[in-house]
Ligand binder design. Structure first.
Ligand code: NOJ
Length: 589
């Protein structure tokens, strides 16, 4: 159905963002991810909230970010950290009110920072009004049609319709009192929507419009790849073993993920986004094969897709080079721009990841098998971790495209191990006993003030996940006054990036690399000039018409520094003409 026929959902003239602006703002934006419950707590209940975010706008402004992406702040029982949404058009009362949201939005906009909110369209929570209606209604009713209900197998339907396993472990079907089963590809508290249902489609348009009208600049689309499902083989659904056999599924035809029809949904969303000025942006979370990833970034669809390839890579020049080349090519083919990500709320923080042994399977990158409740099972070299993290981040900031920072990585925060079972929250932990401890270790509340209860996260000592005692040393107030801190590095790097970044071109300078462990590239000519130094990480330089060069030494031994004026390095210089081991340098020439 064309957009104009959507039962009046778009009848009102869409509001314009008060401060309007560049429709391409997203292409090279630095986006800071806020996980609201762990960012800043204004009322001392141990849970971060929206007024907390508002109180930290000056911090975000000083850091130099262009946008924030807020993970879900909607009403939720927190079965999955807020990704189990009870009501898509409201604020969790523990986190504030819609008025608090509006206040936060204008404070961020007044500081020149755009706002991206998280939309969770694959599933609702089991407390959503429509799921409660579905439970109260009879099998086959229109209420049940909004979700995916099926009869079970076995003589009395006592067996699930298939043996599918959910993403967090355990069965993907749960039985309801009248005997039917509903599909949840994540936790049982997250029933999957039926995206063939027009009411569901229209309701999400209403939600997008609700936030876009309030002035939200863009959307991060959770599990963007999985909305469309094909259960036409029911009752003989494929088995889990068949699902795992990739040879059985043509690209775009897997039963419940990455199906080609999902792009129809996003084409309709794009029509809505383009009715705003500037058009609302969107970025897809789609853990799909590299060759399918760019489909989610189509200009007549969401426009951008998360590229998790660097996040999954080892600290290795060959892997980085291959990932950068492939993704720049894909972005150019779609007319999108790239997204670079090293950490988020779902993975081991990169300061820790890079301290773990080289991992062929890549499991260390995203899984948490090494962090069992009784402590580390794989040796961790924390010093190497932070050194490599700083080098990789500086490389990332020099790449064309938009870049994502996950709250706390600018402080060099590690992932935390050994959280007691009673303090854990992630469903992954509870559904995979002894195998995967889940994601709580990267969601610990931020330390703001070294010498304050909950390190200034809140006004009391309450913190919904326990903070390690030594985190005082990593608090914002401590790092702010230390020119060699990771926070100072991020602030200097982002200030320079803003001045140096012009076009989206990148030129490899392979001939200059002293060995295979070194990657060197240049960005187009600089138009402005670089201000004098603000800290020990940064040296002075006037940059009129010069090129911005980024060199990373992934190796364990120093190499000769490439030609040019060094303006920033990720670790201290060891000699005037030396690029230290596991270090990135920015130069002008
Ligand atoms: C991806 C989100 O990033 C993650 O935190 C969540 O658990 C799943 N989607 C399910 O919504």
């Amino acid at each position: 159905m064309p957009m104009s026929e959507t039962s009046g959902v778009l009848a009102k003239s869409p509001a314009e963002t008060a401060w309007g602006g560049d429709p391409n703002w997203w292409r090279q934006a630095v986006v800071y991810q806020i996980y609201p419950r762990s960012f800043a707590d204004s009322d001392g209940d141990g849970l971060g909230d929206l007024p907390g975010v508002t109180s930290r706008v000056p911090y975000l402004q000083e850091l130099g970010v262009d946008a924030v992406w807020l993970s879900p702040f909607y009403p939720s029982a927190l079965a999955d950290g807020g990704y189990d949404v009870d009501d898509y058009r409201a604020v969790d009362p523990r986190l504030g009110t819609l008025a608090d949201f509006d206040e936060m939005l204008s404070a961020l906009h007044n500081a020149g920072i755009r706002v991206v909110v998280d939309i969770v369209p694959n599933h609702s929570s089991n407390r959503h009004k429509w799921f409660l209606e579905a439970l109260a209604a009879a099998p086959g009713s229109p209420e049940r049609e909004r979700y995916i209900f099926r009869d079970g197998k076995g003589a009395n339907g006592e067996l699930p319709p298939s043996d599918w396993v959910s993403t967090f472990g355990g069965p993907a079907w749960t039985r309801v009192p009248d005997g039917q089963w509903y599909l949840h590809t994540f936790a049982k508290e997250q029933p999957d929507w039926n995206w063939d249902n027009r009411e569901v489609q229209l309701d999400f348009l209403e939600t997008l419009k609700f936030w876009a009208d309030r002035g939200v600049d863009g959307f991060r689309i959770d599990v963007a790849s999985n909305l469309k499902k094909d259960l036409s083989l029911y009752p003989d659904l494929p088995t889990q073993e068949q699902l795992w056999d990739e040879t059985l599924w043509q690209p775009g035809r897997f039963p419940f993920a990455d199906r080609d029809e999902v792009f129809d949904v996003y084409r309709e969303w794009r029509e809505l986004f383009n009715q705003y000025n500037p058009p609302r942006t969107a970025v897809a979370e789609a853990w799909v094969k590299p060759e399918r990833q760019h489909l989610y970034a189509a200009p007549d669809g969401l426009g951008q897709v998360f590229n998790f390839d660097l996040l999954k890579s080892n600290f290795d020049s060959g892997e980085f080079r291959e990932v950068i080349d492939r993704n720049l090519l894909h972005a150019a083919q779609t007319g999108s721009s790239n997204t670079w990500v090293l950490s988020n709320h779902d993975v081991v923080r990169h300061a820790t990841r890079y301290g773990l042994p080289f991992d062929e399977t890549k499991d260390n990158q995203i899984a948490r098998k090494w962090d069992l409740a009784d402590g580390l099972t794989i040796p961790l070299d924390a010093e190497q971790g932070i050194r490599r993290a700083r080098a990789a981040t500086l490389l990332l900031f020099a790449l064309p495209g938009s870049t994502y920072i996950y709250q706390g990585e600018e402080l060099g925060l590690p992932s935390i191990t050994g959280i007691a079972a009673e303090d854990r929250q992630d469903p992954t932990y509870f559904r995979n006993a002894g195998v995967d401890v889940g994601r709580d270790g990267c969601r610990i509340p931020i330390p703001w003030v070294s010498n304050a209860p909950s390190f200034g996260f809140g006004t009391t000592s309450a913190s919904h996940l326990p903070q390690p005692r030594e985190w005082g040393n990593l608090a914002v107030d401590v790092e702010s006054t230390d020119p060699s801190s990771t926070l100072s590095l991020y602030r200097n790097a982002l200030a320079l990036r803003h001045k140096l970044q012009t076009g989206e071109a990148l030129e490899w300078l392979d001939a200059e690399a002293p060995n295979k462990n070194v990657l060197i590239f240049a960005r187009p000519s600089v138009v402005g000039s670089v201000e004098p130094s603000r800290g020990a990480n940064e040296t002075t330089g006037a940059a009129g018409g010069k090129r911005w060069v980024c060199a990373t030494n992934f190796g364990k031994t120093p190499v000769p520094m490439p030609a040019g004026e060094v303006i920033l390095t990720s670790s201290p210089l060891t000699g005037p003409a030396e690029l230290p081991a596991e270090t990135t340098a920015w130069l002008l020439r």
